[in-house]
Design a protein around this ligand. Sequence first.
Ligand code: BGC
Length: 745
Amino acid sequence: MEHLDVLTLEQKARLLSGRGLWHTQAAPEAGVPEIVLADGPHGVRLQEDENATDIMGINASRPATCFPTAAAVGSSWDVEVAARLGAAVGREARGQGVAVLLGPGVNIKRSPLCGRNFEYYSEDPLLSGMLGAAQVEGLRAEGVLASVKHFAANNQETDRAVISADVDERTLREIYLPAFEHIVTRARPATVMTSFNKVNGVHTAEHHWLLTEVLRAEWGFDGVVVSDWGGVHDRVAALLAGLDLQMPGDPAADAAVADAVRRGELDEAVVDRSARRVIDLALAATEGAAEVEGAPEVDADAQHALARLLAADCAVLLKNDGGVLPLTGDTATIAVIGEFATAPRFQGGGSSHVNPTRVDEPLAEIRAAAAAVGVEVTHAAGFDDGAVAVAGAAGVAVVFAGLAERYESEAYDRRTMLLPSDQVALIRAVAAVARCTVVVLANGGAVSLEGWHDDVDAVLEGWLLGQAGGGAIADLLFGVVNPSGRLAETLPLRLEDNPSHLNFPGEFGHVRYGEGVLVGYRYYQSLDVPVRYPFGHGLSYTEFRVTDLAVTMDGDDAATVRAAVTNVGLRAGKHVVQVYVETAAGPVRRPRRELRAFRKVALEPGCSAEVTFRLDRRAFAYYNLDRADWAVAAGEYAVQIGANAADIVAEQRVILPGDLVPLRLTRDSPVGEWLAHPVAGPALVETLVALMPEEQRAEAAAGIEMLHLVSALPLGVILDGGPLDVPPEVVADLVALTDRAPVRV
Ligand code: BGC
């Protein structure tokens, strides 16, 4: 007998929303336990107070290790980092009795202003999807289930509960859905969380096309769709659309579901289906945790050490003129400047806010590293003349700058990318007197480097590195670890250059995704817009060469890419091999190039490795609205290795024959489309010539040529008004021919 059979309608309906904020409902009658859900994604946020009513993390939560935020993990370009982070968070989650961790967040960074960008990985869907899948698998390895969020097109915080993201389907398919699709199809997460916003006018929690047609029918998702906290507006509509679990608990909504069944407005089978999924989730979570051996021993020191290791792989060395970094024993004195050196910014505000087990102080970590090489460290908080004095007296000034917590958070967006003006003034004042100036940044969303970038020698972008970020920064500054992060989003010269700029954050409840698929580097590269640093940029203390690129086709629409990567410098380091595909093939505007594969490779100095990538059909395809499917267009494609999205170091061109598909034409299709059709075009010409009187045939070529002048008109209009008497069955035969004869497109 299945669990459902022993439950009444009311008991089943009760399963469809939580018990309070952080639990599912138990059904003891059927042996179904309750389970605990907690935020995520970069640490466990389990609220101690069962009765707490805030969902934004203002109440104290159990101490947990705060790992690097997703913005930082995105910059690692390393699935190992995401997987290890997932497992480490999973271990703590299991230790705290958490079954489902609410993350990862894989929304695309459409605008640098989104207040939640620190919780998301990248402006690129492949990078987001691969890192997200690794994090989900890491969690699962520790018996903890994931909730991939926020599905979908949740790319701003302004009006997040009511805004409609108005996005065309090709853009959804190519930009905003693929990270979810990748994770759902490859890592099979147990739950997917809907977002607060609407997509094309319908709240995602009530969006049948998203939740049922795409997520379940196309991608094969068989887990639980859970609402964002407070994101359901019409419980019955949500259930019908495919949303199983409403959070937090809502007894009135449960009653409404049962009433709707009793009134005959809702089929009980719909309730059963979702209740069964919630039951399966509770059982799977309990079994999953039980399968992982023993109670987890969480060693806070080891977790902190891991957080430090991972953080060091995330920071991006943007600039390093004259090799000012790494710092060495030759520097007599290092002046450390800025309040973030003693009160670091290392995570974002809102529901992901973790109560850290400890926090590294960057200044103390720098002092320890400096002492090891006999270097003196001085410090000034900044904002007064003390900073200029210590900077002037030192060999190197290291300025800690960035955004304080109030500047960015869940629930609101920023208005500007600029650093606060007092910080810019401080950096410039220090740079004016210091022999060398290094700026270390802490910010969740991208900040502008303009107005001070050219005054300083080095810039290390740390994003929000988690509680051990201070130690990681010291490791990177002193070369204990070689920087290996790469930008997961473009740093534009001006906010106005961002493609979403004229359509962010929307008006009158709608935000129009007018830039379409040209998001982030897809836009900057397509239009050759100069940027401060391109997507994929990041420096190292060593140098890498990528050579021997070889692309071989596997059939018509897949390829194997091989290349050799060599560390030609003097230090061990990690390089990210980035594979892009550039094309203009097809009837749609393609972004100039798109990231299609990547891998981070660790190499000792002088060593080489061969990297191999498989590019499947999707790497060459665009979403064809007419066919409601992915399509590979005939034409030329350049498979490229980029140091970043703007700097291609090797490429090989391949010609793809394109998909062989029926291209159906009718009497209403334009003459131009008829003439361009590789099979029906010549057949049409032949038919028309055959119908001409003998004596006119000599002039046939000129007559046909005339047809090009009316290429935009429907064929039927031309034939009906034309000099030739074309019998309807002849046209019907031509139409049938387009059905029969597939062509390459
Ligand atoms: C956030 C989610 C979070 C949930 C529970 C919501 O405000 O959007 O990301 O998981 O709260 O805290």
